[in-house]
Write a new protein. Structure first.
Length: 407
């Protein structure tokens, strides 16, 4: 039996990057940037108006007010998409709409509310003195040409999509999604929707693990339910070993008489890196490799499968894609947490930020690894390495935030 730390480092050492591909902007959501995105031009691209109004030379509006307006000569219109090539001289102005290019010679915008208004007249009255720079969005004030706008390894969310479009990217390079096979094993399993018979249970892990894999951003290529029988295990697993980057099985990996998964993996040439980790739940966790495939045998209890997935497999799928996001934080316990003397203890829990801005957490009261409903009220997994002393309310503990849940 090895420690959690050792298990994690063995797994990390076996992660290889699996390359990148080009996708169009429409299909880039939730993918991971394979390259830094560079600003190919400054943003804003040109000086433009932040408001609807008049482009003026600020000096011309000196002391202007409602009772003593300044009258300027109108020379033209600059609107968004239709710039004007006028060069403003002293005493002149141009109508300039939001987003319109600032005409040469102008140094500020007087908003239309501070004037006699838009019209076809050859003059306009200005009611307020302008200061140089008023209501002008300066070229490059947001981003300079050549700046890294989005670093590689970032997940593409609505913000990234919008910024990519802003800089004119139509296609981009993203990490290839790892291909994943999910197997659940057990003679007792029956599919939701079917009538349940004596001794049977509904198969929850296949659905739960599939959803977890989706959340991690990988592609599921095989999903199977297998009986506790060596030959069907062998046939299905050997197919997956040839076609997938990550193979996940649940069940059949403990000490039971019908637990054949480990034996079948090894018979198919999988190199075992470890079996059994000093942790609760999830002690019988198996990890092996075959060429570049990573193989995980998760114990079948739903909470064990769930926690092992989040702690061991999610980081692998992120690592394959060079994605960097640490969801582990330190939070203050609001209830005692029973530390195990020899095992790393994981428990689902709830975390939140209190009114003084502190991150607090509460472990669930349902401790059994078969009690999947404990995860319903949770948004994180609490964890403590082995130790002699119970952690008490007020002590700090590490939490792993489930990134699809809110604090
Ligand atoms: P095993 O690891 O195969 O010994 O299974 C441990 C426990 O998890 C047993 O109570 C199984 O019935 C249960 N179990 C195994 N696979 C699943 C599954 N796919 N869905 C729900 N429970 C499962
Ligand atoms: Mg079983």
């Amino acid at each position: 039996m090895i420690s959690v730390k050792k298990a994690q480092s063995i797994i990390i050492d076996n992660i290889k990057s699996i390359g990148f591909e080009t996708v169009s902007l429409e299909n880039a959501g939730n993918r991971i940037h394979a390259e830094d995105i560079i600003a190919t031009f400054p943003m804003p691209l040109f000086d433009n108006s932040a408001m609807d109004g008049f482009a003026v030379r600020a000096a011309d509006t000196k002391d202007a007010n409602k009772s003593l307006p300044v009258t300027l000569r109108m020379t033209g219109i600059s609107s968004a998409g239709t710039p004007s090539d006028i060069i403003l001289q002293s005493g002149e102005c141009a109508q300039c709409m939001t987003g319109g290019k600032i005409p040469k010679g102008a140094d500020s915008i007087v908003i239309v509310e501070n004037s006699s208004g838009f019209s076809d007249s050859t003059t306009v009255e200005i009611f307020k003195e302008a200061k140089a720079g008023d209501h002008i969005r300066k070229q490059g004030e947001e981003i300079q040409k050549g700046d890294v706008v989005i670093p590689k390894g970032t997940c593409i969310t609505p913000s990234e999509i919008g910024v990519l479009a802003t800089f004119g990217y139509e296609k981009l390079s993203v990490m290839i999604k790892p291909k994943v096979a999910i197997f659940v094993t057990g003679n007792e399993l029956i599919e939701p929707g079917k009538k349940i018979k004596s001794g049977q249970i509904y198969n929850s892990n296949l659905y739960m693990l599939s959803e977890l894999v989706e959340k991690s951003g990988a592609e599921i290529v095989i999903r199977e339910v297998i009986k506790d029988d060596r030959s069907s295990l062998r046939i299905l697993l050997s197919d997956a070993l040839q076609n997938c980057d990550v193979i996940i099985s649940s069940g059949g990996v403990s000490m039971g008489r019908f637990d054949y998964v480990r034996e079948v993996y090894k018979g198919l040439g999988v190199q075992e890196h470890f079996w059994k980790v000093a942790q609760k739940p999830g002690k019988p966790l198996f990890f092996g490799t075959l060429e570049s495939s990573l193989i995980f045998g998760l114990p079948g209890n739903p909470i064990s499968s769930f926690i092992c997935y989040v702690e061991y497999i999610h980081p692998v799928i992120q690592g394959f894609q060079n994605k960097k996001k640490n969801l582990k934080h330190r939070a203050i316990l609001t209830k005692n947490f029973a530390v195990e003397s020899k095992k790393h203890r994981y428990l689902f829990g709830k975390s939140w930020i209190n009114s003084s801005g502190k991150l607090l957490c509460l472990p669930v009261s349902k401790h059994g690894s078969h009690m999947l409903t404990a995860s319903l009220e949770s948004n994180c997994i609490l964890e403590s390495p082995p130790g002699k002393k119970e952690l008490r309310a007020g002590d700090k503990i590490t939490i792993n935030l489930l990134n699809w849940r809110n604090l």
